[in-house]
Design a protein around this ligand. Structure first.
Ligand code: MN
Length: 329
C-alpha cells in the first residue's frame, strides 16, 4: 500500500473560515529577551521555539517595538561575532546603524533589506544612530547556512530595490526568495521565501505559496486571526507543507511577515550568536572571538568605526552541547 498523492498533506489543509486550529498549524508563543545585555531593549523571540526550532532554514526570529526611544538609548548592540548564518534586518519604523568587520557602514531603513552572511565568521554592531527617529519597530531573523555554504567567506548586502506587489488595500514586499514570480535580489543558499504584507482595514489578500515549503506568519503590529488561531504581535504561526495559498484578511488592518522554506535537513547547534553543528566547533569560534576582542587572530576583524568595546562571549555551559533537529521528533 502506498500513498500516490504528491502532497498527501493537502487533504488536511483547512480554510480561512475555520474557527478551530487547523491540524497542520502550531502557534509559537514568544518569550521576552533583553537584546544586547540586561539594560537593553526587550525583544519578542518566537524562533527557536521549544518544539519547533526552524521554519525552512529560518532559525531565529525577534520582533521589537514599536518603542518610543526618544528618552533612551534604543538599540545598542556592541560588536559581536556570528558564524554559520545570514542575518536579515527589517525595519518598520526608525533607523539602525549597521557596521561590520568587512568595513560595511549602513543605515538600515524601513522597507529596505540588510542581509549579512556570516559564513566562517564576521563581527558586527547594531546601534540606534545619534539623530534617532523617536520610534523603533522592526524584526531580526536568521537563516541557517547549509553545510556546503557555511564555511564560506562573509558578505554584507543592502537592497533598497525589493519587488513590491500591490493589490487593492494590500501591499507585499518580497524580502527573500520569490512570491508569484517576483524575486528578491538577496542571495540565499536554500529554497526559501520571506515577505512583508500590509493590509488596510477590511482588505484581504490571497498569497500564493510553494507547497514544498513550510511557512510561518508573524504579525508585527496588530493581532491577527488566522486558521483558527489568534496570533499576537511577536508570536509566530507555523503552517505545515502542502499549502498552495494563504488567505489573509484583517478587519482592523495588519502588518505581518511571512517566512517559508523547504524543511531544513541538518541538525544545528545554536549557542549565543553562533550557528554550528557540534560542541567543539562552537568552542573554537568562542575562543577565536575572545582572542579577537583583545586584538589577536584573524577570524574576526575589528568592527570599523564602532564607538564601544566589543561584547564578551558568555561562559560556556558545563555540559557538552548537542545539535538539535529542526523540530522535536
Ligand atoms: Mn548580530
Amino acid at each position: 500500500m502506498s500513498n500516490q498523492e504528491r502532497h498527501p498533506g493537502e487533504q488536511r489543509v483547512c480554510t480561512a473560515e475555520d474557527t478551530t486550529p487547523c491540524p497542520d498549524t502550531e502557534l509559537l508563543t514568544p518569550r521576552e529577551v533583553p537584546l544586547g545585555g540586561p539594560r537593553a531593549m526587550p525583544v519578542l523571540r518566537s524562533l527557536p521555539g521549544k518544539n519547533r526550532r526552524m521554519i525552512g532554514a529560518w532559525c531565529f526570529a525577534d520582533v521589537y517595538g514599536p518603542t518610543d526611544i526618544s528618552h533612551q538609548a534604543g538599540m545598542q548592540v556592541p560588536p559581536h561575532p556570528h558564524i554559520g548564518l545570514q542575518t536579515v534586518s527589517w525595519l518598520v519604523r526608525g533607523r539602525v546603524h549597521h557596521r561590520d568587520s568587512l568595513g560595511s557602514d549602513q543605515l538600515v531603513q524601513p522597507g529596505q533589506l540588510s542581509i549579512m552572511t556570516a559564513g566562517h565568521g564576521i563581527a558586527h554592531s547594531e546601534r540606534t544612530p545619534q539623530d534617532a527617529h523617536p520610534v523603533l519597530h522592526g524584526a531580526q531573523l536568521w537563516i541557517a547556512l547549509p553545510e556546503g555554504d557555511r564555511h564560506g567567506p562573509p558578505a554584507f548586502a543592502h537592497h533598497d530595490d525589493l519587488p513590491v506587489l500591490t493589490h487593492p488595500g494590500a501591499r507585499l514586499t518580497v524580502i527573500a526568495g520569490d512570491v508569484d514570480g517576483h524575486r528578491s535580489p538577496a542571495r540565499v543558499h536554500t529554497p526559501l521565501m520571506g515577505a512583508e504584507v500590509t493590509l488596510d482595514p477590511g482588505a484581504h489578500l490571497t498569497l500564493p505559496l510553494d507547497p514544498d515549503f513550510e511557512h510561518g506568519v508573524l504579525p508585527l503590529d496588530t493581532p491577527l486571526d488566522l486558521l483558527g488561531h489568534h496570533i499576537e504581535p511577536g508570536a509566530l504561526l507555523y503552517l505545515g507543507p502542502g499549502r498552495h495559498h494563504l488567505d489573509l484578511a484583517a478587519t482592523r488592518g495588519a502588518r505581518l511577515l511571512v517566512i517559508g522554506g523547504t524543511p531544513f535537513t541538518e541538525d544545528l547547534l545554536m549557542w549565543w550568536n553562533l550557528v554550528g553543528r557540534d560542541h567543539d566547533e562552537i568552542v573554537r569560534a568562542r575562543t577565536d572571538w575572545e582572542r579577537a576582542r583583545t586584538g589577536h587572530g584573524t577570524r574576526f576583524a575589528p568592527v570599523t568605526g564602532d564607538p564601544g568595546p566589543a561584547l564578551p562571549a558568555p561562559e560556556l555551559p558545563t555540559a557538552r552541547m548537542r545539535p538539535r533537529p529542526p523540530h522535536r521528533r
